[in-house]
Ligand binder design. Sequence first.
Ligand code: PRT
Length: 106
Amino acid sequence: MFDLTRLEAIVAERAASPDPDSYTAKLARRGVGKVAQKVGEEAVETVIAALSEDDKALTGEAADLLYHLLVLLHLRGVPLADVMAELQSRTARTGLAEKAARTHEG
Ligand SMILES: N=c1c2ncn([C@@H]3O[C@H](COP(=O)(O)OP(=O)(O)OP(=O)(O)O)[C@@H](O)[C@H]3O)c2ncn1[C@@H]1O[C@H](COP(=O)(O)O)[C@@H](O)[C@H]1O
């Protein structure tokens, strides 16, 4: 299954690519400030799509947001694993991780 870990690897590879057609490489060259601005814009577009109750638009904007967030994390040198560990530690604090895993496994 496709997941954010695979997209993180793609982003890392493409950010360093000399391919002139790579949007990721172009974005990476523009630096943290520009990418942070893009994350903000995509977040606003996600909010607008959510409030419009258009599921297809929301799905597309959420995908744009996650992609741009991964590019930002990459440029700042923060691994997705660190973000996931932070989320996991929050579930551990509430004791809900095992319950969610049991429900997921059926
Ligand atoms: N998931 C994405 C992805 N999501 C969104 N985008 C791009 O993000 C841009 C967002 O559109 P905008 O209108 O906000 O921006 P824009 O006007 O095109 O450009 P800006 O000047 O504003 O940056 C579009 O050009 C999309 O193509 C993505 N570009 C790449 N990926 C992934 O990255 C991989 C590598 O892509 P390349 O780097 O292009 O080879 C792809 O195979 C995908 O898996």
